[in-house]
Design a binder for this molecule. Structure first.
Ligand SMILES: [Zn+2]
Ligand SMILES: [Zn+2]
Length: 334
């Protein structure tokens, strides 16, 4: 089969023929139709993720058709259209797993990092990492929802917000353009926060009720004028920008971070204790959370904006994502 392989940390993509994988007893074999390119795939390209071994095929936004199932797989069958996201499997035995908290599994596997992912014509995945795809979504549309989509959908729905609450979405990019749609469709007064007017019209089309341009106005002050945000969902990995709107939180407001960055944000205890505010993070979710995300997306017509590329053009596609030029998610089609 054809696959895009990273042979060593810092190496380029090599598109070549490799052996088609075969599923072990608890795995399924997927004929890949589409795979999203996520910023976290850069861990594979540049190295640095614990336990990562080479050569490795990246890809954790995978949608395709089941071609074969292992002998112990009872839940899935040949011909179903399924997807695999970031959470690539769990052990069922560690303490978090025994508590049913599979996303926090101490031995959690990551698709396209712990094992080969979806930048290929075929991939295998453990049965517990697989999600059903609704008919309303094409494979290319569904792919980014398995990481970008589930991350913001799951963060929003578990944050404690209620219909009518003010939810600010910081950043209008791969995650933010989905978060605006979900928040609006969940019934929130949705505020898009950006550093230029470039995406103002788009934010409104996506469902945002308000737009704040932080290069013209103080974001925190503007949020306070609206009544204070119950939730600020930080989706763009710019710690300065996140820091600058913390004071936009209302009483019991929560700053919830899904933007994956190692750069510290700055929040003083005083900023949080008056008004019982909090700062927290949220990881993506498990396969059943992916299914919930996909069903909600199908029900509400929430779709990612995507740019499609052939597998042969993976280097160009990856660069488009890394340069932050994509509007908004890049998807490889097999
Ligand atoms: Zn991802
Ligand atoms: Zn576990």
């Amino acid at each position: 089969m054809k696959a895009a392989v990273i042979e060593e940390a810092g190496g380029d993509f090599v598109v070549k023929e490799v052996d088609k994988p075969s599923p072990s007893s608890n795995e399924i074999l997927i004929k890949v139709e589409a795979c999203g390119i996520c910023h976290s795939d850069n861990f594979v390209k540049e190295g640095g993720f614990p336990g990562l071994e080479y050569p490795r095929i990246p890809g954790h936004e995978v949608v395709g058709i089941i071609e074969e199932v292992g002998e112990n797989v009872v839940q899935w069958e040949k011909g179903q259209r399924v997807g695999v996201g970031w959470h690539g499997g769990h052990c069922f035995e560690c303490e978090p797993c025994r508590r049913g908290d599979f996303i926090s599994c101490e031995n959690a596997r990551v698709s396209g990092i712990s094992y080969d992912g979806g930048y290929a014509e075929y991939m295998t995945a453990p049965q517990e990492a697989v999600a059903n795809i609704p008919d309303e979504l094409t494979s290319a549309e569904a792919a980014p929802l398995l990481c970008a989509g589930i991350t913001v959908f799951n963060a929003l729905r578990n944050s404690g917000i209620r219909a009518g609450d003010i939810v600010a979405v910081q950043g209008i990019g791969g995650l933010g353009h989905l978060a605006i749609q979900y928040a609006a469709k969940m019934g929130m007064r949705t505020v898009a926060v950006s550093h230029s007017n470039e995406k103002k019209e788009l934010a409104s089309k996506l469902g945002a009720h308000e737009f704040i341009n932080t290069s013209e106005k103080d974001g925190a002050e503007e949020l306070q004028k609206l009544g204070g945000a119950k939730l600020i969902l930080a989706t763009a990995p710019h710690s300065d920008a996140i820091t600058s709107i913390v004071d936009g939180l209302g009483i019991d407001g929560k700053l919830l971070m899904v933007a994956a960055t190692g750069e510290p944000i700055e929040v003083s205890p005083m900023q949080l204790l008056m008004g019982r505010k909090s700062a927290a993070g949220w990881p993506s979710g498990t396969a059943i959370d992916s299914e919930d995300t996909l069903k909600f997306s199908a029900m509400t017509g929430t779709k990612p904006m995507i740019e499609e590329y052939e597998l042969d053009d993976v280097s160009e596609a990856f660069q488009q994502m890394m340069n932050n030029k994509a509007r908004f998610r890049v998807v490889l089609k097999m």
